[in-house]
Write a protein that binds this ligand. Structure first.
Ligand code: GLN
Length: 265
């Protein structure tokens, strides 16, 4: 704790020194520098995500989190003159990070659902997702009904998890079993190894997983269509600001540009 305080004090001292140097120069350019120097004191916008969900959020080769959500969040932070900080966590921890105030917003290809609306607020939607079914290329399963009596992998606490569980509980899938994974990546691993028969996951990550793994395919049936939005703690003062910024970015085509960069039609 002490160490952190010391470092903060050092940074502050350095910032003050830089600011006073700039101030001494006393021309227009240095004024700009001063405000640039002050960038370090920008208010943070902490985004909670699970960075194993390409193309929405994933690590690049240098260990930075990139993707559609990361870039849209960066544009929002710029508009609000805030500094974006991305916190990577398990998908099922994101909502509690928001409601407990550890994060300002959740952006994780997150679907708006009635259940989630009980604990968080959502921005306007910025993308559409579809739950799809991935099977082995030589699988006998050709449609949703083919999942009957099979073992189905999902990501814990995602909508795919919820829907399959509902279908199993209501008897739509015979004796099908649910296999829950911390990430889609692990579910795909077990599908490839033959431990499970199918994976239900969002379509865009599904495409990425299928392109990176031999011997699996997406069934040409959509299971459920959904809206992605940004989640906030109920009553957060950021909700309306972020929402306004997002609406501008949708209106001026910036969101579409980001999406087109990562998803080729
Ligand atoms: N869209 C799904 C959901 O909100 C999955 C999101 C994810 O795994 N990042 O539950």
């Amino acid at each position: 704790m002490k160490k952190i305080l010391k470092i903060t004090a050092l940074i502050l001292a350095a910032a003050l020194a830089a600011a006073s140097l700039n101030a001494c120069a006393g021309n227009g350019e240095s004024a700009t520098k001063t405000s640039d120097g002050a960038a370090e004191t920008k208010q943070k916008l902490i985004m909670a995500t699970n960075a194993y969900f390409p193309p929405y959020e994933f690590y690049d080769d240098s260990g930075n989190i990139i993707g559609i959500d990361a870039e849209i969040a960066e544009l929002i932070a710029d508009k609000l003159d805030m500094e974006l900080v991305i916190e990577d966590m398990e998908f099922d921890s994101i909502l509690s990070a928001i409601t407990s105030g550890k994060a300002d917003m959740g952006m994780a290809g997150m679907t708006v659902t009635e259940e989630r609306l009980k604990s968080v607020d959502f921005s306007v939607s910025y993308a559409t997702g579809k739950q799809v079914i991935i099977v082995k290329s030589d699988s006998q399963i050709t449609s949703f009904d083919g999942l009957t009596d099979k073992t189905i992998g999902v990501q814990l606490m995602t909508t795919g998890d919820t829907y399959i569980l509902e279908d199993i509980e209501s008897g739509n899938l015979g004796n099908a079993k649910l296999s829950q994974y911390a990430s889609g990546f692990e579910a795909i691993g077990d599908l490839v190894n033959g431990r499970i028969d199918a994976v239900v996951i969002d379509n865009e990550p599904a495409k990425v997983f299928v392109s990176k793994n031999e011997g699996i395919k997406i069934l040409p049936t959509e299971y459920v269509v959904e809206d992605y939005a940004i989640a906030f703690a109920k009553g957060s003062s950021l909700t309306s600001k972020v929402n306004a910024a997002l609406e501008e970015l949708i209106a001026d085509g910036s969101v579409k540009n980001v999406v087109d960069k990562y998803i080729t039609a």
